[in-house]
Ligand binder design. Sequence first.
Ligand SMILES: *[C@@H]1O[C@H](CO)[C@@H](O)[C@H](O)[C@H]1NC(C)=O
Ligand SMILES: *[C@@H]1O[C@H](CO)[C@@H](O)[C@H](O)[C@H]1NC(C)=O
Ligand SMILES: *[C@@H]1O[C@H](CO)[C@@H](O)[C@H](O)[C@H]1NC(C)=O
Ligand SMILES: *[C@@H]1O[C@H](CO)[C@@H](O)[C@H](O)[C@H]1NC(C)=O
Ligand SMILES: *[C@@H]1O[C@H](CO)[C@@H](O)[C@H](O)[C@H]1NC(C)=O
Ligand SMILES: *[C@@H]1O[C@H](CO)[C@@H](O)[C@H](O)[C@H]1NC(C)=O
Ligand SMILES: *[C@@H]1O[C@H](CO)[C@@H](O)[C@H](O)[C@H]1NC(C)=O
Ligand SMILES: *[C@@H]1O[C@H](CO)[C@@H](O)[C@H](O)[C@H]1NC(C)=O
Length: 542
Amino acid sequence: MLFTIFFALVAISAVDAEFDLGIGDDSDLFNFVTRPELRAPRFNVTVYDANRVTPGYWFVAPYASIVQQTQPKRYYQACQTGPAIYDGAGNLVWSGACEFRNQNTCDFRPFRSNGSDHLSAILYGWELDRKGRGIIMDSSYEVSHSINVPRAERSMNMHEMQMANDGKTAMYIIHKSDWVDISELSPFGIQEEAGWVFNIGFREVEIDTGKALFEWWALDHVPLSTSSVEIDGLDGPPPAGWNFFHMNSVDKNADGDYMISARYTDCIYKISGTDGHIIWRLGGDESSFALDAFNFSKQHDARFIEQNATTTVISFLDNASDGVNNVTSDVSTSYLVALETSVTPMVARVIRRWSRPDGHLSHARGNFQLLPNGNAFTAWSGNAYITEHAFDGDLVMEAGFASERFVTYRSYKHNFTGHPSEPPTLKAYAYGTSPATSTTVCYVSWNGATEVDSWDFYRNNSASEPIGRAQKTGFETMFQATGYYPDVYAQAISASGQVLGRSSVQLTVKSQDWQSQHTYKSQNVLSGLLTSEWPLLKSYGL
Ligand SMILES: *[C@@H]1O[C@H](CO)[C@@H](O)[C@H](O)[C@H]1NC(C)=O
Ligand SMILES: *[C@@H]1O[C@H](CO)[C@@H](O)[C@H](O)[C@H]1NC(C)=O
Ligand SMILES: *[C@@H]1O[C@H](CO)[C@@H](O)[C@H](O)[C@H]1NC(C)=O
Ligand SMILES: *[C@@H]1O[C@H](CO)[C@@H](O)[C@H](O)[C@H]1NC(C)=O
Ligand SMILES: *[C@@H]1O[C@H](CO)[C@@H](O)[C@H](O)[C@H]1NC(C)=O
Ligand SMILES: *[C@@H]1O[C@H](CO)[C@@H](O)[C@H](O)[C@H]1NC(C)=O
Ligand SMILES: *[C@@H]1O[C@H](CO)[C@@H](O)[C@H](O)[C@H]1NC(C)=O
Ligand SMILES: *[C@@H]1O[C@H](CO)[C@@H](O)[C@H](O)[C@H]1NC(C)=O
């Protein structure tokens, strides 16, 4: 066993030299014998209350830096950046990093449609000339739809692509440069009479036809004077422009109205799905609500939770800071808020709030998800720091990437069933010097398969002789059998005993000293050093 691990590490570092141009310590990345190219970041799980944590997978999309997308050649480094699924305890389930060629990915999450699970994401990579596009995958991880913005628009905004209408439509954020008369700003000391403004809005499209069902632009509805950020970019040619609004989420309720969050007006807006007028504002300079003993700023991810005739319940993430000043708080917080809309004046009251357990601010990105059982899952973004609180406030899960070199824009927790179209991958090695003295060690994995319970191993002879069964463990399962099996394959077995898939037949790799008396140089050193302490090695003839 120890020897096999040692041997495997040697094998992997040989592959690394070819793939991983990244220099330095890679202990923060997964290492697999079967998939040496998949080097997804590992999580450190620091709190895990198995009885109270909600069942479900984490949907995360690690990236190192937003400028990484300008370096296509780095595609050849091992794959780390891109959509990834982890089980709720930090084991990798699927990495799409190689499939999407290490491109930056945002807002990766599952949705239900046509009775099965699907995945959506925004690709924001070098391959698309920074134009970005939305993609939809089915539960076999095949791309079924691509959602592109019209040529005249700058790019698919990275913040949001949310499916609606049972997965028939997608809502996403759009932007363009508009030349505007800004003389209305002269009281604010602005000298220019006109300039470029970075206009932002959202669109809902049918995924099958691309047809736009609704479109809304901030400049048509929101005065520039409500922005809380410095005017910049007015003089430059597009794409320069004053980013006055910075919209970062869009959601839709059962009535067909929308809710958007704008970071640079510190405000959440409800927008009529009929004519686009602003129905109410929460927060900012012109709030339609009296805020009962709370405030927020630079918020993200406003979501409708439920509503009745008198009350609308929403959630959002208050990052409370712009990285320069702590605008409203020293700590970022997830909020569940009741908006009482039938009283005058309308009132907003906090139902629950859950703050970052480590007491820090999320200066950028992040999202909050109220789970079906009332638990609160928050992605604080930097370092993929994620937490789950019970509704009453107890922390039941806390995790983050093992290193600080990756972030994720958002993370989600959902149930998901994945049946990959690609087959399982198997590698087999024989240790020993002859068939009589050998042990055959198999490694097997199936990127993205969620339903595998155990693996059955077979010889590829005319009798398909069974070698044995191993319970699935994490992304990759190791299985060891006494004897020499020259050609091996594995079948994935579900909990109910169904065969889910089968690897190709692999010829077993024999050890270097197969059927020879040759002593290689390290053998004396190894046996001198190790055999006294590691009796297992002795039994393998070392
Ligand atoms: C759902 O099925 C319909 C009809 O086959 C198809 O047009 C649509 O693209 C499917 N939706 C998704 C998300 O695949
Ligand atoms: C409406 O929802 C609020 C908050 O969930 C609840 O307190 C209230 O009782 C509900 N009103 C009605 C009429 O159902
Ligand atoms: C909130 O997050 C935004 C990024 O979305 C960041 O630019 C801003 O600095 C944060 N707010 C504060 C006050 O730190
Ligand atoms: C925000 O609310 C906190 C707590 O109620 C209060 O201490 C703080 O002064 C408020 N800040 C602003 C800018 O209103
Ligand atoms: C902002 O809050 C952090 C704690 O999250 C604190 O360390 C820092 O001093 C605060 N900065 C300002 C300018 O108040
Ligand atoms: C994750 O755990 C490892 C091992 O305990 C530790 O060295 C590392 O510092 C941790 N990472 C973070 C970000 O805390
Ligand atoms: C996953 O499914 C289980 C069982 O139905 C449910 O209790 C749990 O809340 C679901 N998890 C999520 C994240 O929706
Ligand atoms: C597997 O066994 C079958 C039947 O004995 C044979 O036809 C096939 O060539 C074998 N495959 C490999 C890769 O050895």
